[in-house]
Design a binder for this molecule. Structure first.
Ligand SMILES: NC(=O)c1ccc[n+]([C@@H]2O[C@H](COP(=O)([O-])OP(=O)(O)OC[C@H]3O[C@@H](n4cnc5c(N)ncnc54)[C@H](OP(=O)(O)O)[C@@H]3O)[C@@H](O)[C@H]2O)c1
Length: 307
């Protein structure tokens, strides 16, 4: 039996990282039914206009700088922390991603629930074996994003520490390949296929993941908030279907006629699929079939390329 989802209509919600690929559809969805505040550094004027256009209130702050959170209201009902930075500078990225979640939780300690978005990039590479939440952690994404896995692991630890200290009901959701009508990893693969750029693949094939469509993660957010406890609930958060890069590129090929040029690279991210047992017990199965999600993405972003 999944947990009882919280009711988000007419609540006051803080969403960090609102301009990112993952959070943007979340802001768009919840700003229609709730009082949504959107926090980022907002260095680009057009980002502010984009978010205001969706009906959310902009809060300009840098999570790495605790004093910049002084203007953040303290009475949010729920907080969704999507913000992430991958500048490659360890000092800044650890301050923003790890200390940043601590700064945010301390400021929003009265929240009914705090949802921190982590990543399956926290798991050590172990081949095709689905990763359960207690699987060994490791510096999985170093080859492409040197600070990412380490700062996401550090962020989880700070998040648990502050949740325990301040007694904030919290869930940590480890995302696997979020995607939707506005983009995602497979869209980059499509562009590489179009331009004949080789796609690096780990030689231990197939390279499995659990792509998670935006419709599904939006639907599951109230459940993840309902699963929050002061002990902290940590769960994988991916699509119920396991799909390989090879499969989604073959499907993109069917849709567009572009052929993938795969090349073996032992340093490429390897298979990173998830054990879905805990996720299913907490929030149930996801609904969007991956083929339908990929087709919709291309229909939305590059309709002219569909055969
Ligand atoms: N995309 C994926 O495939 C994927 C996979 C697994 C997990 N995730 C997780 O999903 C979440 C969202 O990822 P994403 O890909 O959507 O990120 P993204 O596109 O890189 O966007 C990052 C967001 O965070 C904000 N931000 C960055 N540094 C900040 C700071 N110091 N203070 C406040 N805000 C800051 C950015 O806005 P400003 O630059 O204006 O501050 C932007 O809104 C992250 O937690 C990520 O780890 C993503």
């Amino acid at each position: 039996m999944p947990v009882t989802p919280v009711e988000l209509a007419n609540t006051k919600i803080l969403i960090t990282g609102p301009t990112g690929q993952v959070a943007l559809p979340v802001v768009e969805h919840f700003a229609k039914i709730a009082d949504v505040y959107a926090l980022a550094r907002f260095r680009k004027a057009e980002d502010r206009a984009l978010i205001e256009g969706l009906g959310a209130t902009v809060l300009q702050a840098d999570l790495a700088d605790a004093s910049s959170l002084d203007a953040v209201p303290e009475d949010f009902d729920y907080v969704l922390n999507f913000a992430v930075v991958k500048s490659g500078d360890f000092d800044y990225d650890l301050a923003a991603n790890a200390e940043g979640v601590g700064n945010l939780m301390t400021r929003c300690r009265k929240a009914k629930a705090f949802l921190h978005f982590s990543s399956t990039a926290v798991y050590e590479y172990v081949g095709q074996e689905p990763r359960a939440e207690n699987a060994p952690l490791g510096d999985n994404h170093r080859v492409m994003f040197p600070t990412y896995s380490i700062s996401k692991i550090a962020a989880e630890t700070v998040c648990r520490f502050v949740a325990h200290q301040q007694k904030i009901p919290t869930t940590i959701a480890r995302l696997s390949v979020p995607y939707g009508d506005n983009g995602g990893w497979m869209y980059f693969h499509m562009l590489m296929m179009q331009q004949g750029i080789p796609i690096d693949l780990h030689p231990d094939k197939p390279n499995y993941y659990n792509p998670l469509h935006a419709d599904d993660y939006i639907e599951k957010i109230p459940y993840l908030l309902g699963a929050a406890t002061t002990e902290v609930t940590t769960t994988n958060f991916g699509g119920s279907q396991k799909v390989s890069i090879e499969e989604w590129c073959a499907y993109i090929s069917e849709l567009t006629g572009f052929e993938p040029a795969f090349q073996d690279n032992p340093k490429a991210f390897g298979s990173l699929c998830i054990d879905t047992e805990k996720m299913h017990s907490l929030i149930g199965e996801t609904k969007v079939d991956w083929r339908e999600g990929v087709r919709r993405q291309l229909q939305n972003l590059a309709p002219d390329l569909l055969k």
